[in-house]
Structures are given as C-alpha cells and as structure tokens.
Design a protein around this ligand. Structure first.
Ligand SMILES: Nc1ncnc2c1ncn2[C@@H]1O[C@H](COP(=O)(O)OP(=O)(O)O)[C@@H](O)[C@H]1O
Ligand SMILES: [Mg+2]
Length: 333
C-alpha cells in the first residue's frame, strides 16, 4: 500500500499565492522519499496538507489510504511529524518536554517513563535529559523533536527540513538516528529539504518541486540522467600549451571542454567508462602526461538547474535561515 498518495493538489493563499499548483506524487511504503526544492517551492505547504493542518483548495491526499481532510484523526494517529520551526518548550528540560508530549499523545501513564527513557537513550540525549532545552545545541533540539515524533511508533515519519541550519557533524548524527530507527522499524520517511546532497545521500526516491509544481521525480541516479555527461578533471604535468590540446580534443566525439586553466583541464564527457580511455590515449600520444584524473558525478543541483534554470539553494538564503533558526532556538520556538 502507498504511504502517501497526492493527486492534483492545489493550495492558494489569499487570492493569488498558488503555493501548490496541481501537485501529484506517490510515496511507497518503507521507502525514504525526499521533497527537494528551493525556498518558497511549496514544500512546507504540501507537508501541512498531508499532516492535516491545512485544507487544500482542490485535489486530495491520502495517508495509508486515509483521506487527510475526511479522515484526519486516523491520518494523525499514523504519522510522526517534525515541523520546520522549533516545537519545544525552551524553559523545560528534555525529559519534561517528552513528558508533556507523552500526555498530549495519550501514552498510558504506566509506560510513559520507560518509553521516554528508551527514546532518550536511542537518540543519545539521556545525559542531557535534565538540562533545560534552552541550553541545547541545534542538533540536540532536532534529535529531541525526532524522539518526540517517534513516541507513538509512527508508520510514517514526516520531517520538514530536519537539518536546516545544522553543521555537517550534527546533520549526519540526525540522519544516523533516522536511518537506525528505520532499519529497526521499517518506518516510511518523507522529508522536505533544500539540501541537494541530503536528498541524494539519504533518499531512495526524490521529487523535485519548484513554484508549486513537480518538476521531475525518480531515484537520485535516474534524475541525474537529465544531465548530459559527467565532469572529468584532468591535471597535466608541466605547463601546457592549451590551444594545441584543445584542438586535439575537439576532434574527439562526446567531449566538451568546459575550462582549461594552467594545467587543469575540465571536460564534460558523456559515457565516461567507454570514452575516457580513448581521451587519455589521445592526450598521451600528443605528447602530454597526466598526473591526476578526477571524475565528478552530476549533482541534483545541476539537474534542477537544467530543468528549471534556477539553483536549489543559494548561500545568502541559507545564511539567513541559519540566523533565523538560531534566533528561534533562543526564543524557544
Ligand atoms: N500563510 C501563508 N500566507 C501566504 N503565503 C504563504 C503562507 N505560507 C507560505 N506562503 C507562500 O507560499 C509559497 C510556498 O511556501 P512554503 O510552502 O513555505 O515553501 P517552502 O517550504 O518550499 O519554502 C511561498 O511563496 C510562500 O511565501
Ligand atoms: Mg519550508
């Protein structure tokens, strides 16, 4: 059965902001599915519809067969949800936050304590559980929110920008925990992100979203096929007469020179495994020697640029988010 089924979903804010402009997607059970797109693409809006917080203007969404508008309490009982914005009380300890949510979720009193302790241990926060959340790092806050989302043993875990504003170490720790839980419980994971490397690394399947529309979808490798050829960086020994080598290579089919600075030659080559040996041979017989060859796979950002003409994320936007997330943590959500 499909974990999520979305059809022709439209959500208009006010009269003119079409945040979702006819979105359809399927998330198969027990997979990890990423919703990847730039700021403003509509990711949070889609997640809010799926998590029953927001009614769409038209179209429908189902979670394990239950309609998100007509059967919202069934849907809510099946999902664990980590919102984009911080959802903790900063003036309570980690343990107290878990206790508050265990009451909200109706976890029976006699098993509350054990369940909370198990989850704190799993997420690596046992030692810090007595400290006020205000003193937690961004990564600890995210992990505590994930522990809370797992409290009811969800069949579907939905995370909105789970690692936004975290440093690389904290990001990979968050993902280690999500992956570990998934291995043990077979939960389906649906997450929104604008970090293309995160979608590439952790998702089985990726939906690219831009301006409220699905641009493309597939496994990361399927998506990368939209980009012709791989980049290959060849470093040549000694300073090289670039014009002569450019001429030599221009006669080779399936090769384009994208740059040639000093003795570093960057090529775009389609079908690297069969073409690269011949190219190296050509370079060699023309009297050059090669000191290093690096092959770089296409990235999902390049796929996005190819399909939409824009980048998924720009650094200035990302910096602004980091600052705003930190402010939110200090304020306590
Ligand atoms: N409550 C709201 N009222 C009006 N416009 C909104 C509201 N929430 C989001 N939007 C707009 O809808 C679009 C999609 O936003 P959002 O779903 O938050 O995208 P993402 O999560 O991909 O950054 C954006 O143009 C955003 O400005
Ligand atoms: Mg968002």
């Amino acid at each position: 059965m499909k974990a999520i089924e979305v059809r022709d979903l439209v959500k208009v804010y006010g009269h003119e902001v079409r945040a979702l402009d006819g979105v359809s997607l399927d998330v198969e059970g027990s997979t990890v599915h990423a919703l990847l797109g730039p700021n403003g693409a509509g990711k949070t809006t889609l997640i809010r519809v799926i998590t029953t917080q927001l009614k769409p203007n038209s179209g429908y969404a189902r979670v394990f067969g239950y309609d998100v508008t007509k059967e919202s309490s069934e849907v809510r009982s099946l999902i664990g949800y980590v919102p984009q914005e911080v959802s903790l009380w900063s003036d309570l300890s980690g343990y107290e936050n878990m206790l508050m949510y265990s009451k909200i979720y109706g976890i029976p009193r006699e098993i509350r304590r054990r369940r909370i302790e198990e989850l704190l241990d799993f997420i690596g926060l046992s030692e810090a559980s007595g400290r006020l959340v205000r003193t937690y790092s961004g990564g600890m806050i995210r992990r505590l929110e994930i522990a809370i989302a797992l409290m009811r043993n969800p069949r579907l875990l939905i995370l909105d920008e789970p690692t936004i504003g975290l440093d690389p170490g904290a990001r990979s720790l968050v993902w280690d925990k999500i992956s570990e839980f998934r291995r043990e419980n077979g939960v389906t994971v649906f997450f929104a992100t604008h970090y293309m490397d995160e979608a590439d690394k952790y998702a089985d399947y990726v939906t690219l979203l831009n301006q409220g529309r699905v641009v493309s979808h597939g496994t990361p490798n399927e998506l990368k096929r939209h980009v012709e050829g791989n980049k290959v960086l060849i470093t040549l020994k000694n300073n090289t007469d670039s014009s002569r080598l450019s001429e030599v290579l221009s006669s080779v089919p399936g090769v384009a020179i994208s740059s040639f600075d000093n003795n570093c030659l960057e090529l775009v080559i389609s079908d690297v495994p069969t073409r690269l040996p011949a190219i190296l041979e050509k370079i060699f017989v023309s009297g050059y020697s090669v000191s290093e060859v690096k092959i770089r796979e296409a990235t999902l950002d390049e796929v996005f640029i190819k399909l939409t003409g824009r980048r998924i994320s720009d650094e200035s936007g990302r910096m602004k988010e980091v600052v705003s997330v930190r402010k939110m943590i200090r304020r306590g959500g």
